[in-house]
Design a binder for this molecule. Sequence first.
Ligand code: PEP
Ligand code: MN
Length: 241
Amino acid sequence: MAGPCSVETEEQINYVAQRVKEAGATFLRGGAFKPRTSPYSFQGLKSEGLDLLKGARKVTGLPIVTEIMRASHIDMFESVDIIQVGARNMQNFELLKELGKIDKPILLKRGLCSTIEEWLMSAEYIMAGGNNKVILCERGIRTYETATRNTLDLSAVPVIKKKSHLPVIVDPSHATGKSSLVEQMSLAAVAAGADGLMIEVHNDPKHALSDGAQSLTPEQFDTVAKKVFALKKAYDEIISN
Ligand code: PEP
Ligand code: MN
């Protein structure tokens, strides 16, 4: 899964969608409703952003994944392919319960300060309502380390594999906060047994309206994707022997 942190313009999302598709991505990500630390930061294009994502899906054929922040928006997300619950809402139990009533895959990101047990309990909130289509996403947790935005807990992947049948993917962009670290941690996620990756890609990271520092250019994503696919192939062969 790849795409910009925020959907910004029609040209931007269509261009990035095309580029990540050509590199081998199978889902387009892009935030329309953005949970920002500061209320003065860009909050997303909201419903217009959803429409732009649908437009990019039409142009490229890539299914879309985007973040929901409140239960009253569920109808608006009707034609979204995967609904993302962000780290800040991992324990918004009322939202999780409502998402349990619909028949749509939910990408549940790990909370900033959540244990694996708490994360799995949040997945249970969705599944208890009858929606078993939950995908977990490790996106780093807050520790005392400041060299990276968060600390990528890669051991969460094999731990989840032991405790649950749910697929688990890794987001090295939010985990590290630095584009220069994304390639190495993407490869490490493959080796840890992750079922997928979610990577932020922007046409012009320096001028991105959110998360530019951790966003890859399409060219950088081409390189990362090539290496990831090559490593995944080798990994699967090693594991099957
Ligand atoms: C995002 O995917 O852009 C995002 C806000 O992620 P997280 O909830 O992991 O911080
Ligand atoms: Mn982001």
